[in-house]
Design a protein around this ligand. Structure first.
Ligand code: BG6
Length: 484
């Protein structure tokens, strides 16, 4: 298959927090895979910047270990690692002081794209932005990449936006939501806007409801300190699920360009109705014989933070009035499975009579694992005995459809980093989007606090609390099974 990778210019990429967990797990192995795919042009350099005292050789060892542990790709031939390591440098840098900044500045080259990845806690974002300016590293076309959490609520998100805006223009700020870098999430736009088949039916006249599920099997062990202050609502719904909701519900943008797409997403968030608290279920996973429960994991026996949330939302606009969107996400559930299901309405009249049962078309877009799409269609059950109906899936696994020679899909981070280098903000959140998302989630979280809401306990390995099942059951609907 011919490579359709868009070439990029040689670049200087500085990773603040270059020795941290995210850099080692995702950013550095991802860059190595892009290097192997021939996408890192000659003359590019990657500079790790962190507090630890280290030289280039020491950091190259960190990078080599990270690549060894978290993976090269199919295209990585032996010997490539040494060539990649030659592009790596390190500068000991004090994010809150003045140490290292002059040296870092000395490494930056005029005429190259400059990207600064803030792979550090949000409390350092402002310090880094200010120093990049003060020490003359930031040029007008430099870019900064910021990780979630982007604020803890509307007020902190606004403050963060304001701090970054003191030093950088919005066109220079790349707020990462790694869900937007996932292959299938982008495919969602291709499916919706590249086919004639779906868009005419994509509205409340034909769609009964939409379900979005992001289920995980992992617990929060190891991240308890952060997670207990966040919960599923802040950690997953405000960002990842909200982005999925936007892409599934937005109007067709006039073109696939950053502001056209983000304008449409913003309109969806602003059209979200406040959620009735009877329409939200929160949960915490229980301990099993072998594994700790949520409260053990976060070492807070009285914690009221949710590790699961399910809710019914409505979007107040012409396209979606009357169509519920059911969202759910949680930890320690029965399978790692993320999907969006568009459940169409029943045919207006069954010519086959009541015995034929109720049959519905469902378009399910599987985000992970086994990325693909299925469309349930109704057919006649084969054989004699009259007209009995049966739902069968038209099944398209992307891996099968594209075949073994297809290019290996880059991981979300790889793709997003290359988009930063190319200067393409389409898959990054704009400041106003993030604020609008907080403006919608804040009252829900405040409501739980005022009501002293206690999350329901659910069994690890289940589909979440019973009440979440009831949330749909009451409406005469049911969740799709969580299966890998
Ligand atoms: C992160 C959350 O943003 O996304 C984690 O902080 C969560 O709690 C993770 O586990 C899920 O990402 P993925 O790509 O594994 O679905």
């Amino acid at each position: 298959m011919v490579s359709r990778v868009i070439p990029v210019e040689p670049f200087d990429l500085v990773i603040f927090g270059g020795t941290g967990d995210l850099a080692r797990r995702k950013i550095l192995p991802g860059l190595f895979r892009r290097f192997c795919a021939g996408q890192m042009p000659e003359g590019s350099q990657i500079i790790g910047a962190a507090r630890s005292d280290m030289d280039d050789a020491g950091y190259r060892k960190v990078v080599a270990d990270a690549v060894g542990e978290f993976g090269g790709g199919r295209d990585c031939e032996s010997g490539t690692l040494d060539a990649f390591l030659n592009t790596i440098h390190y500068v000991t840098t004090d994010a809150m002081g003045d140490g290292g900044w002059e040296t870092l500045n000395g490494k930056m080259r005029d005429g190259h794209v400059r990207a600064f990845y803030f792979s550090v806690g949000p409390s350092l974002f402002g310090h880094l932005a200010e120093r990049l300016h003060r020490f003359g590293l930031a040029t007008p076309d430099s870019r900064i990449v910021v990780e979630k959490p982007f604020g803890h609520d509307l007020e902190t998100a606004k403050a963060l936006n304001a701090t970054l805006a003191e030093h950088f223009d919005e066109t220079q700020i790349y707020r990462i939501d790694h869900y937007l870098g996932k292959e299938t999430v982008q495919n969602l736009m291709a499916v919706r806007f590249g086919n004639m088949l779906f868009e005419p039916l994509w509205n409340s006249q034909y769609v009964d409801h939409i379900q979005i599920t992001v289920a995980e099997t992992v617990g929060v062990g190891g991240r308890g300190g952060y997670y207990d202050k966040s919960g599923a609502m802040r950690d997953m719904v405000q960002n990842h699920l909200m982005q999925l909701l936007c892409l599934i519900a937005m109007e067709p943008p006039a073109k696939f360009d950053p502001d056209a797409v983000r304008d449409e997403k913003l309109k969806v968030i602003r059209a979200l109705e406040p959620v009735d608290w009877h329409h939200i279920v929160r949960g915490q996973y229980a301990a099993t014989e072998d594994e700790p429960g949520y409260r053990d994991d976060v070492e807070n026996p009285k914690s009221r933070t949710e590790s699961f949330v399910a809710m019914k939302c409505h979007i107040s606009n012409w396209r979606w009035a009357g169509t519920p969107f059911y969202l759910r996400t949680g930890k320690r559930l029965k399978a790692r499975a993320s999907e969006i299901a568009v459940v169409f309405k029943d045919a207006p009249h069954s010519i086959f009579g009541a015995d034929a049962g109720r049959h519905r078309n469902v378009l399910a877009i599987r985000l992970q694992p086994n990325e693909g799409m299925t469309l349930d269609v109704t057919i006649k059950e084969p054989g004699p005995g009259g007209m009995r109906l049966l739902d069968v899936p038209l099944d398209m696994s992307f891996a099968d459809a594209l075949g073994p020679d297809a290019e290996e899909a880059p991981d979300a981070y790889e793709r997003l980093i290359m988009d930063v280098i190319r200067g393409n903000q389409t898959l990054f959140m704009r400041g106003d989007e993030v604020e609008a998302a907080w403006a919608w989630t804040d009252p829900l979280i405040e409501g739980w606090q005022t009501r002293n809401d206690v999350p329901k306990v659910y069994d690890a390995g289940s589909s979440g609390p019973e009440d979440a099942l009831m949330l749909m059951h009451r409406d005469g609907r049911k969740w799709r099974e969580i299966k890998a």
